[in-house]
Design a protein. Structure first.
Length: 362
């Protein structure tokens, strides 16, 4: 890993001196996310390997090029997990890509996002300098938390070298309940359940073949899960089958995602308490109402962004169809926030060579 790091640092220094943009890429599983990055390829897969792992301390430090599946397998061997369930979107997903994309899976609303589990990390900035932030303890966080700033930056602020993550034990018990409910009633129940001492972990509402269904996953102590199953009702699903179903939801492999037929896939992030929205068709709803996936025809993006904004959220063009070339992927920033973005980019990458254009065109 040290040799690969030295090569990456030298490559970035040379590119900065020449003003040559670099396109940072690990396994390429999230190449679809964001705007197309400009520049020559800088492959991160040489920055691989678990640097340290203390199961008793619930901390792992791992190279950015490490396959995500390898890390999860090591954690599973110790009865531990990445609680935020990062999506893979393909077999090549890496730890660095996981952090850079900042995406979380079905458990996000209950346990937190990727950034909430980052204890520290090292990056190479746009000057070719190796910088380290944070540590391996949560209480070390003070002042401006640069480590968590890298989550979702899509490599525009620096090449992630390694990251220290908080991990959690696997829950002793788990159950998934099924309810046939219209969207409004599903949202009402999710909001009500959220105010009760229930071991809620994940939820997914969708409509298929005219049937509206809410799936609710519970995780926690055996007694708590069993008591919740008795009090909530619903149809308990086969414990042996549902882990695969939640994985398919996490990686957008459910039939609902495959039936887009060339349409755009939009992600609406709204408050969990937002009501049923006036969307082109019934969405797939996750995160207890906070994340709503919408399949839409090209040209509907502006309307979807207005709907999300009116609900107190924002909309992202997550996967673009052939007819949406030139449509901005991310919700336009308000001027004050746009200024902060530009100033951060100028500070970390003054020559503007790292993943140029990946977040916003230009």
């Amino acid at each position: 890993m040290e040799e690969a790091l030295s090569l990456c640092m030298a490559r970035i220094r040379d590119a900065a001196a020449a003003g040559t943009p670099l396109r940072i890429r690990g396994g390429g599983s999230k190449d679809f996310l964001g705007e197309p990055a400009q520049g020559e390829l800088l492959d991160t897969r040489g920055l691989a390997g678990i640097r340290s792992y203390e199961p008793s301390e619930l901390v792992v430090t791992v190279g950015a090029g490490t396959p995500l599946a390898d890390l999860e397998a090591v954690l599973a061997g110790q009865g531990q997990r990445l609680a935020f369930e990062p999506p893979h979107f393909g077999g090549g997903a890496t730890v660095g890509g996981m952090v850079a994309a900042g995406l979380s899976g079905p458990s996000r609303a209950s346990v937190g996002a990727v950034r909430d589990f980052i204890l520290g990390l090292s990056i190479v900035n746009g000057r070719g300098e190796l910088l380290s932030f944070g540590s391996q303890v949560m209480k070390n966080v003070a002042g401006y938390d640069v480590s968590r700033l890298m989550a979702g930056a899509l490599g525009t602020l620096g090449l992630i070298v390694e990251v220290s993550l908080k991990v959690l034990p696997r829950a002793p018990a788990e159950a998934t309940l099924k309810f046939e409910l219209p969207q409004a009633e599903a949202l009402r129940r999710l909001n009500a359940w959220g105010g009760q001492p229930l071991p809620l972990d994940a939820s997914c509402w969708l409509q298929e073949a005219g049937v509206s269904t809410l799936y609710l996953r519970l995780r926690g102590a055996h007694a708590a899960v069993e008591a919740a199953c008795r009090s909530l009702g619903g149809e308990r699903q086969d414990d042996a089958r549902v882990p695969d179903d939640w994985r398919l939801c996490r990686d957008q492999l459910l039939p609902w995602f495959g039936d887009r037929a060339g349409r755009d896939l939009w992600r609406l992030s709204v408050p969990q308490t937002a009501p049923v929205l006036d969307l082109p068709e019934a969405p797939l709803v996750e995160w207890h109402g906070g994340q709503r996936w919408v399949a839409a025809q090209p040209g509907e993006g502006e309307r979807l962004r207005r709907i999300a904004q009116d609900a107190g959220g924002h909309a992202t063009l997550f996967r673009a169809g052939a007819g949406s070339a030139g449509v901005p992927r991310f919700h336009p920033l308000q001027p004050p926030l746009g200024r902060v973005h530009r100033e951060l980019k100028a500070s970390f990458d003054p020559a503007g060579i790292l993943n140029r254009g990946r977040l916003y065109p230009g």
